[in-house]
Write a protein that binds this ligand. Sequence first.
Ligand code: ATP
Length: 365
Amino acid sequence: MDTQPFIRIENVTKTFGEEVAVNNLSLDIGKNELFSLLGASGCGKTTLLRMIAGFEKPTSGRIIIDGVDLTNIPPFERPVNTVFQSYALFPHMTVEQNVAFGLKQEKTPKSEIEDRVASMLKMVELEGMRKRKPHQMSGGQRQRVALARALIKLPKVLLLDEPLAALDKKLRERTQFELVNIQELTGITFIMVTHDQEEAMTMSSRIGVMNAGMLQQVGTPSQIYEYPHSRYVADFIGEANIFEGILQKEDESNAYIECRELGQDFSIKRHDFAENNAPVAVMIRPEKMRITLEEEISDELNSVAGTVKDIAYLGDMSIYHVELESGRVLQASQLNFQHTAERKITWGDEVLLYWHPDNAVVLAQ
Ligand code: ATP
């Protein structure tokens, strides 16, 4: 990321009457990023996007793009374009006319329009469909027309509001890669709003997780997944086993958690956030818990015994719900490759769960 942020959102608040949709939010986004705003319905992500586009005015705060304060600049004069969830294509116009629309409005010379439309359609791989109308195309193709139409004016920033929501799962996955490729090809900054965590994880350079008008955490997909700062983020992204306990530090790098829910103590490595003796919440992802029928001898790993209560078979992997003696149920997931040495784990089995102290993350909030 450039040292100088390309987009700077400075203490932005937006209220609608009593409702605070965006609450004193600050965020820097670098050029060339594909940044995702991720959060549950009503968390304020669309409102933030609409303020960047200029469709809403912040109640307070500033938005700066490439060094220019946009506060008093109307939407059509901003170096920003939006791809809406509905695509908002003109139904009576052909693909070509839809894509050319913005340049025509600007009275760009005809030959230049033709060249630019041709190269845009090539980029989104719709050269063969230039004469079709939107209703003669699939959802994925319409999505690409909307993208071409938004990109042709070479905005500095492209805003995407749930751009893949209308597509089925397979097509959505393919289109995710296409969008990332187009972002890399054009070097335009993309800001995408989504409530789909998988989509945000697959596509983004960084993700901002929003809740109640505020950013809970900003980071790369792996930072957000591996080291969530809060319970909210740990729970929102992926599955998480979360325990309450008391942190006991041994030295700089070792500590353990006194944990009633587990009925025993367990070791952890990372505890930078919390004080000694403090009550903390600790997260362990289900795939970081190894489930076995046989005891393993290890000084390093934590382990706890339980009984398999439920198994969700997902094809490539299974998720085991294991009840401990304390009554607490933990989730452990395992890839389904062929084990010849060990018999398959099934309902009612007495099992052991093992995890490495490195994989237990103390949540700061
Ligand atoms: P979704 O994923 O459902 O679109 P969101 O995270 O994009 O949700 P916003 O649309 O930004 O959420 O809405 C944030 C809050 O502001 C909501 O409580 C919403 O009801 C409120 N809100 C948004 N727009 C307006 C408006 N024009 N008038 C009044 N309240 C609004």
